[in-house]
Design a protein around this ligand. Structure first.
Ligand code: UD1
Length: 368
């Protein structure tokens, strides 16, 4: 029976792979003659960044975990390649499915292709044009060696076709991250501090902040300036700021003594808790890409602290505003968000919960 590898490594991969594994499970239960194994590179290893999310998503525990952990770009990429090559040489698979744009995506794609295993890339064809981001390099390099492409938008499909990829291998299927969001929506759970704290944060007006990109958090002074602008602007509307903090951001914060009465810094949250917070917030301020897709579908205002995005549909159709990295832009947009004055939005085509099922339909044609 043919074997598919589902590769995960870092937090945003788990939501995307969960949609594919779920759709496969349902077909396998009805007799589909395919099997899969979840291969975790171990790029993310903290409980909150990894194992808690597996539980939240009912994602099968990984059969294999390389446990590579942290390192420089080259160390992480190299260590994953060595470990995956070893696995494939012992037990080869018939297709390697990678998702998104993290280091694990590229490392496993290259390794599989060189070992003669075809590669399918989920979330193919998106581009920020920003070559200073490792994610952009990962996207372009992964697409350049993939055999099959599953895209979240028709524009991403068109870009790949325009670049000369065979249109019979490029499938516009919709957004797997949104499959998982819609499936889990009823189970969103208040974080402990909402229910347990004497004053309930969930009753309060708050924005959710996430920042982890090196360009935004490496310089502790610039990070404090941004935080200050966000907190002061929110305070004008009696709005709190809840900041589930990525480990890298913690390191930068430790070098500052920054504090504000309306700022609550917490550890990274599980998936169900994080989205509960988002869904009940006034809005989100972020430098993540995936969160801009989720807020678009939930109808929650979103401000992106970046100069570019690989997900323009979240700005053109969705709730996202791309405001750049200049701290001077923050007050206007945060005040606007906290006052409830935001644009009307639409949900992009095929972000409807059915992407995983559409992918499996194509996998059957590819593998059987
Ligand atoms: C990675 C992805 C990024 C994604 C992000 C989500 C790449 C190039 N980047 O970035 O696209 O948005 O994940 O979080 O793959 N760390 C921990 N515990 C963990 C994981 C990481 O403490 O569980 C620390 C590491 O030691 C390191 C830092 O966080 O110091 C960064 O981790 P890394 O995996 O290199 O990339 P991310 O910034 O998380």
């Amino acid at each position: 029976m043919k074997l598919i590898d589902l590769i995960v490594g870092a937090r945003p991969n788990f939501m995307k792979i969960a949609a594919v594994s779920r759709a496969l499970d349902s077909e396998i239960a009805s007799g589909l003659p395919l099997r899969y194994r979840v291969v975790h590179t171990g790029q993310h290893y903290d409980k909150a960044m990894s194992s808690q999310i597996f539980t939240d998503l009912d994602l099968p525990e990984p059969e294999i975990n390389f446990g590579v952990g942290s390192g420089t770009q080259a160390e992480q990429t190299g260590n994953i390649m060595v470990a995956y090559e070893r696995l494939l040489s012992k037990t080869p698979s018939n297709l390697c499915i990678v998702v998104g744009d993290v280091n694990s995506t590229l490392s496993c794609a290259i390794t599989a292709r060189k070992c003669g295993v075809p590669v399918a890339h989920v979330e193919a064809g998106i581009r920020s044009g920003d070559w200073s981001m490792p994610e952009e390099i990962n996207r372009v390099a992964t697409d350049s060696i993939s055999n099959y492409f599953f895209t979240t938008t028709s524009d991403a499909k068109q870009r790949l076709v325009d670049q000369g990829f065979n249109s019979n291998s490029v499938f516009f299927v919709g957004n797997t991250m949104i499959d998982t969001l819609l499936r889990c929506q009823e189970r969103f759970t208040p974080p402990e501090f909402c229910t347990g704290a004497p004053e309930s944060w969930s009753d309060k007006k708050y924005i959710v902040l996430t920042m982890h990109r090196p360009s935004n958090v490496q310089d502790a002074e610039a990070l404090s300036e941004r935080l200050d602008a966000i907190c002061l602007s929110a305070e004008k509307s009696n709005c709190h700021v809840i900041f589930p903090m990525h480990p890298r951001t913690r390191i930068a914060m430790a070098q500052t003594s920054f504090d504000r009465a309306n700022l609550k810094i917490i550890d990274p949250l599980g998936y169900l808790e994080f989205n509960f917070l988002v869904n009940n917030s006034v809005g989100v301020v972020t430098d993540s890409g995936g969160i801009t897709e989720e807020t678009t579908v939930l109808g929650i205002p979103c401000i992106t602290l970046r100069d570019n995005t690989e997900r323009p549909e979240t700005v053109e159709l969705g709730t996202n505003e791309l405001i750049g990295t200049d701290v001077k832009n923050i007050p206007f947009w945060v005040e606007k968000m906290c006052s409830g004055d935001w644009k009307k939005s639409e949900i992009p085509d095929l972000w409807d919960g059915g992407a995983g099922v559409r992918i499996v339909k194509h996998l059957k044609e590819i593998l059987l």
